[in-house]
Design a protein. Structure first.
Length: 397
């Protein structure tokens, strides 16, 4: 096994809290040969062992720790243990029992850097974003099948971050046969078809499950605007909660079509109260402002504006712009559900952005609740970067 030896003093700052990443600037030298994804032994400059990690020579994150136990082997049995433990942790939480759509593995927060696995019924979708995860593909799939008894596994390793690891996009069936149609899950009483091959991420945004349920609890009798609606998760929960009217906007025609198809899967919902609009959200909100249209509740769940801290300044302007528009379109006493899924925008900065937006809109506002990802998207205490989704429920005077 090759040895990755750190620069003097780097083990104190980088690994005092067992952070799973080794950045290129912390590396002193590599002794031995290691290919992308190979397991290397990480040593302090005094050769004290720190653990074992996956090596990625093309990434600024030069290695990702599999284990901080230098005596633990990284092999097929390792992945069986880690994946079984991740599944068991979720089964131990009452709120996750019986969920048909659930995240099974949340990368670093489950001790498996670069590994994402989401389950939709009897189908598991896996996303491998690091060189180490890519190398152990077969072991990961075998462990998922054993831990879940799923019928099939599909790979959606097509995110841009793979390019930073020197990896090409990869998709396709890894286990079992493709189903006859799209997997359908029930979430909080609403049925949703999941496009695992062509949809965003692994097909759906499971992290917003609890927040969609909250919207349903707030929706009764309200005129609701759902921006960046994607395939209608928030919209359908609002209709189920008794909304008087739900206008859903997205720039993607196929996403709107999928949302309408999802509504058709739920004949118990009042389709006559749903309105769908394919449009640029920023432009649409400005048109509503000109027309004097207002709403009781607005959901702002935009795509990732800041993939990294380097994009934070530009992203902050976009978040500020859309939240100003949202505040101006709310009736007095209205509610704004505003989210950021950008890792480069922290919770403190996001709150400042929304506060500045309310000020610029000339509206007094207060936080009613802070919002986050669902329980199947845990955040390891040694990996705060895992807390990418943050949201605020704000009441606007």
């Amino acid at each position: 096994m090759a040895q990755l030896i750190l620069m003097p003093g780097k083990e104190r700052s980088a690994f005092k809290q067992s952070h799973p990443w080794v950045f290129a600037g912390s590396v002193g030298r590599l002794e031995g040969r290691a290919r992308p994804g190979d397991t290397v032994e990480v040593l302090a400059d005094n050769l004290r062992p720190l653990g074992r990690a996956a090596y990625s020579p093309q990434s600024q994150i030069r290695a990702r720790f599999w284990t901080f136990d230098s005596g633990e082997s990284v092999d097929d049995a390792f992945f069986k243990r880690r994946i079984a433990a991740a599944v068991a942790r979720r089964q131990a939480l009452p709120e996750l029992r019986g969920q048909q759509g659930m995240r099974l593995i949340h990368a670093e927060s489950d001790g498996l850097p670069g590994v994402i696995a989401d389950q939709y019924g009897d189908t598991v979708v896996v996303q491998l974003t690091s060189a180490g995860a890519d190398k152990w593909r077969q072991a990961i799939v075998a462990a998922l099948v054993k831990a879940t008894s799923c019928a099939r596994v599909y790979e959606r390793s097509d995110s841009d971050v793979r390019g930073l690891e020197g990896l090409e996009p990869t998709t396709g069936w890894l286990y079992g046969e493709a189903p006859a149609g799209l997997p359908v899950i029930e979430e909080n009483g609403v049925h949703l078809a999941i496009d695992i091959e062509g949809g965003h991420k692994t097909g759906f945004y499971l992290d917003q499950r609890d927040n969609r349920q909250l919207l349903g609890q707030l929706a009764a009798g309200k005129d609701i605007l759902n921006c960046f609606c994607y395939t209608g998760g928030f919209s359908l929960q609002a209709l189920a909660g008794g909304a008087a009217h739900v206008l859903s906007i997205d720039s993607s025609g196929p996403a709107i079509a999928r949302a309408q198809a999802n509504l058709a899967l739920n004949p118990q919902l009042p389709a006559d109260r749903a309105e769908w609009q394919e449009a640029d959200v920023f432009l649409a909100l400005r048109e509503f402002r000109k027309a004097g249209r207002t709403f009781d509740l607005i959901v702002l769940d935009p795509p990732k504006f800041a993939p990294s801290a380097a994009h934070a300044e530009r992203a902050a302007r976009a978040y500020k712009d859309i939240n100003v528009l949202g505040c101006r379109l709310l009736k007095p006493g209205g509610l704004l559900m505003s989210y950021s899924c950008s890792g480069g925008i922290g919770l403190e900065l996001f709150q400042k952005i929304v506060a500045g937006a309310a000020h610029d809109a000339g509206r007094a506002a207060r936080i009613v609740r802070r919002l986050a990802g669902a329980a199947d998207h845990p955040v390891a205490l040694n990996f705060p970067e895992g807390e990418y989704l943050k949201g605020l429920l704000v009441q606007v005077d």
